[in-house]
Design a protein around this ligand. Structure first.
Ligand code: AMP
Ligand code: GLY
Length: 422
C-alpha cells in the first residue's frame, strides 16, 4: 500500500522509520518531512493544512492511507474532508479532535463519562468576575488553561493569587488570541506524569501502546520553561500492571465507550496525558495524536507491524489485534538549539557520528542543503536507543550524543534519572 504521512518532526521520523519496516508498504511519502525523513521515503513539499493540495496528491499518486502526525490538520477536519473518498485516514474526525482542540470540551467529556480529572470551571470575558471569585475561593497553585490550541504554551501555573488573577485577565484579553477567549481554571494535582497511547477503531476496540514518560521542562531536574519535550523513556517503572489496569478501567474504556456513545468517529491515536496521584491515575489532558518525543521510544518497543494495526483501526476492525511489546527499554534524548524554547538561531551546520543498530538518530528540526545537514528548528535531533535496561538505553543515547556537533547545541543530561531511582 502507498502511504502519505503528514508532519515534519521527530515523531514523524520515528513513524516513518516504523512504517517502512512493514512488508505491506510499497511507497511512503512524507509531507513536508525534514532533513532525515528522506531516508525512509520521499519528502513532498506540501503543508499538512493544505487539504486541496493533499487531495490532488492522493489522487495523482494512488495513496491508500494518510497518517496524520500533528494535531492541526485533525482539529481543522482532515478526517471529515476525506470521509467520502477511498483513501483511509488514521486520525479522529473533527468532532473527536475537539478532545485536544478544546480543553473545555475535553473536561466536559470527562465529567460526562466519569473519567478522573482535576475539578474545573470555564470562564469567558462575560464571566470574568465569577472567574476572579473562583480563584479567591481556591487554594494555590492556580492552574489556568487556554481553551484552544496554543502550541503547547497555553497552560499557566502560578502559586501567587494576585499573579493568577492578573494572568487570568490577560488570557481573556487575548494573551493566546482566540485560543484563550475561554479559560479553564482547575484544581492543581500533585503527582508524577506519564503518557499512555491508545489506538482506537471507533467501534469500542483498541490497543494500548507501550507507556512512556516525557521530560517537558528545558532545565535539569525539571526546571525552567516548558518545551515540546526534551527526552523520553519507555517503559515507565511506576506505571506497573496495577496502575495500568486502573488506567484501562477508569480512563481508556470510558473514553472509547464515551466516544462511541456520543457518535464521535475516532479511528486513530488517543494520547492520554496522565498524572499518578498516590497510585490513582487522573487525566491532565487528551491529545489526538502521538506524542513527541514519546513516539521515538514507543516505536522502538512495538514489535507488531504498525501499518497493519493502523489499517485495522482506520477500517474499524481492531477487534482481534494484540500488541506485541518488546521487553527492552528505550530512551530518547533531544539535542536542541541554544536559546530554545525562547528565540534561537537556525541554519547551523550539523556533524553526525556513525551509529550502530541499537541507536537511531531521528531527525526533527533539520534540513538538507548541497553540503549536508543544517538545523532548522528548536528541537533538532532525537537520539534514541534500546537496551536491556533503561540505564543501558540512556548510556547508548548519551554516547551517540557526545559525537554530535552543531553550534549552540544543548540537551538535558538527566533524562530518565527520576524514574530509575524509584
Ligand atoms: P497540558 O498542556 O494540559 O498538558 O499542561 C501542561 C503541563 O502543565 C502538564 O504537563 C502538567 O505538568 C501541568 N498541569 C496541567 N494541568 C495540571 C493540573 N491540574 N495540576 C498539576 N499540573 C498540571
Ligand atoms: N510530548 C508531549 C506532546 O507531544 O504533547
Amino acid at each position: 500500500m502507498k502511504i502519505l504521512l503528514l508532519g515534519s518532526g521527530g515523531r514523524e521520523s520515528a513513524l516513518a522509520w516504523k512504517i517502512v519496516k512493514s512488508p505491506r508498504v510499497s511507497e511512503l511519502f512524507i509531507a513536508p518531512g525534514n532533513g532525515g525523513t528522506g531516508a525512509y521515503g520521499e519528502n513532498v513539499d506540501l503543508s499538512p493544512l493544505d487539504f486541496e493540495g493533499i487531495k490532488s496528491f492522493v489522487e495523482d499518486n494512488g495513496i491508500d492511507m494518510i497518517v496524520v502526525g500533528n494535531e492541526d490538520p485533525l482539529v481543522a477536519g482532515i478526517y471529515d474532508y476525506f470521509a467520502n473518498d477511498a483513501v483511509l485516514v488514521v486520525g479522529p474526525s473533527k468532532a473527536g479532535a475537539q478532545l485536544e482542540g478544546s480543553k473545555d470540551f475535553a473536561k466536559d467529556f470527562m465529567f460526562r463519562h466519569n473519567i478522573p480529572t482535576a475539578r474545573y470551571k470555564s470562564f469567558t470575558k462575560n464571566t470574568e468576575e465569577a472567574g476572579l471569585k473562583f480563584l479567591d475561593e481556591m487554594n494555590g497553585p492556580y492552574v489556568m488553561k487556554a481553551d484552544g490550541l496554543a502550541a503547547g504554551k497555553g497552560v499557566i501555573i502560578t502559586e501567587n493569587l494576585e499573579e493568577a488573577k492578573k494572568t487570568f485577565r490577560e488570557m481573556l484579553d487575548g494573551m493566546f488570541g482566540k485560543s484563550s477567549a475561554t479559560v479553564v481554571i482547575e484544581e492543581f494535582l500533585r503527582g508524577i506524569e506519564c503518557s499512555v497511547f491508545v489506538l482506537s477503531d471507533g467501534n469500542g476496540n483498541y490497543v494500548v501502546l507501550p507507556v512512556a514518560k516525557d521530560y517537558k521542562r528545558v532545565g535539569e531536574g525539571d526546571t525552567g520553561l516548558n518545551t515540546g519535550g526534551m527526552g523520553a523513556v519507555s517503559p515507565v517503572p511506576f506505571a506497573d500492571k496495577i496502575f495500568m489496569k486502573k488506567v484501562e478501567e477508569k480512563i481508556i474504556i470510558p473514553t472509547v465507550e464515551g466516544l462511541k456513545k456520543e457518535n464521535i468517529v475516532y479511528r486513530g491515536f488517543i494520547f492520554l496525558g496522565l498524572i499518578n496521584v498516590n497510585g490513582e491515575p487522573y487525566v491532565i489532558e487528551y491529545n489526538v495524536r502521538m506524542g513527541d518525543p514519546e513516539t521515538e521510544v514507543v516505536m522502538l518497543r512495538i514489535e507488531n507491524d504498525l501499518v497493519e494495526l493502523m489499517e485495522m483501526a482506520a477500517k474499524g476492525n481492531l477487534k482481534n489485534a494484540k500488541l506485541k511489546e518488546s521487553p527492552k527499554s528505550a530512551a530518547t534524548v533531544i539535542a536542541v538549539s541554544g536559546g530554545y524554547p525562547g528565540s534561537y538561531e537556525k541554519g547551523k551546520r550539523i556533524e553526525l557520528p556513525e551509529v550502530n543498530g541499537e541507536s537511531i538518530i531521528f531527525h526533527a528540526g533539520t534540513k538538507k542543503d548541497r553540503e549536508g545537514l543544517l538545523t532548522s528548528g528548536g528541537r533538532v535531533l532525537a537520539i534514541s536507543s534500546v537496551g536491556d535496561k533503561l540505564e543501558e538505553a540512556l548510556d547508548k543515547s548519551y554516547k551517540v550524543l557526545s559525537g554530535i556537533k552543531f553550534d549552540g547545541m544543548t540537551y538535558r543530561s538527566d533524562i530518565g534519572k527520576d524514574v530509575m531511582k524509584k
